[in-house]
Design a protein around this ligand. Structure first.
Ligand SMILES: Nc1ncnc2c1ncn2[C@@H]1O[C@H](COP(=O)(O)OP(=O)(O)OP(=O)(O)O)[C@@H](O)[C@H]1O
Ligand SMILES: [Mg+2]
Length: 240
């Protein structure tokens, strides 16, 4: 199976007033379809930079990055946008919803690039909002929703295109404990039941421990890449 994401010695440097800031200094990893990965590490270690790259929102300044088997270096801006729209769902810490737009129209927006008619887009958006428990809030604008509800709208918007990979960068950072728990349960359930690969930046040790794999970042490199033993069902049994 093609890895969902493959990074080979990926680097990202920023130019800032004549100085080079190396946010990522050579990271290599693959993310398989259906994976559940937590990205952890101190502030400034490169977690968000990494998420933007694997989400196709930004490009590496060195190394090779393949999203769904396609090298982003060979893609123009429009092709990269299409690949992102087809493959990736992104959930941010601050929900990034359109303020004057209803929940259902926020969720329907990514489908504009799919050549679907307005009615079909709204129907799909409605179905996904029902799936995240917001079927009763279709016409509410973001400021008429709680923080947790806004984040669930953002998750619905990320899901509406049926992405292979859901990227979440501190998705509970702006939520209280109860709303944060509900959002985490939803993301983890989507990974378990719908098979969407989930890559989530978190500062919460318990949340990271529930992932099957933890990528520890420090100073722009992967300090540790730790996976739980696979649940293959292959029992280890001793010879008689
Ligand atoms: N546009 C930019 N220009 C210059 N430097 C940047 C830029 N964006 C990020 N950096 C630097 O790159 C490094 C990594 O930033 P990044 O946002 O990836 O960290 P992070 O691990 O997500 O941190 P946090 O936990 O605080 O969100 C930081 O030192 C940051 O200052
Ligand atoms: Mg960050």
């Amino acid at each position: 199976m093609t890895p969902a994401i493959e990074a080979i010695d990926v680097r990202r440097a920023y130019q800032l007033e004549g100085l080079e800031v190396q946010a990522l200094r050579g990271v290599s990893f693959t993310i398989e379809p259906g994976a559940h990965v937590a990205v952890v590490g101190p502030s400034g270690s490169g977690k968000s930079t990494l998420m933007h790259l694997i989400g196709g929102l930004d490009r590496p300044t060195g190394g090779r990055l393949l999203i769904d088997g396609r090298d982003v270096a060979g893609l123009g801006p429009a092709e990269l946008a299409t690949l992102r729209n087809e493959t990736i769902g992104f959930v941010f810490q601050s929900f990034h919803l359109l303020a004057r737009t209803s929940a259902v129209d926020n969720v329907a927006l990514p489908l504009v690039y799919r050549g679907l008619g307005a009615k079909a887009r709204r129907e799909k958006a409605r179905a996904v909002l029902e799936r995240v428990g917001l079927g009763h809030r279709l016409d509410h604008r973001p400021n008429q929703l709680s923080g947790g509800e806004q984040q669930r709208v953002a998750i619905a918007r990320a899901l509406v295109t049926d992405p292979a990979v859901l990227l979440a960068d501190e998705p509970t950072g702006n939520l209280d404990t109860a709303n944060g728990q509900a959002v985490l349960e939803l993301l983890e359930q989507l990974n378990r039941e719908a098979g969407v690969a989930l890559v989530m930046v978190t500062h919460d040790r318990e949340v990271a421990a529930r992932a099957r794999r933890r990528i520890h970042m420090r100073d722009g490199v992967i300090e540790q890449d730790e996976s739980d033993a696979p649940e293959t069902g292959d029992e280890i049994w001793e010879r008689p």
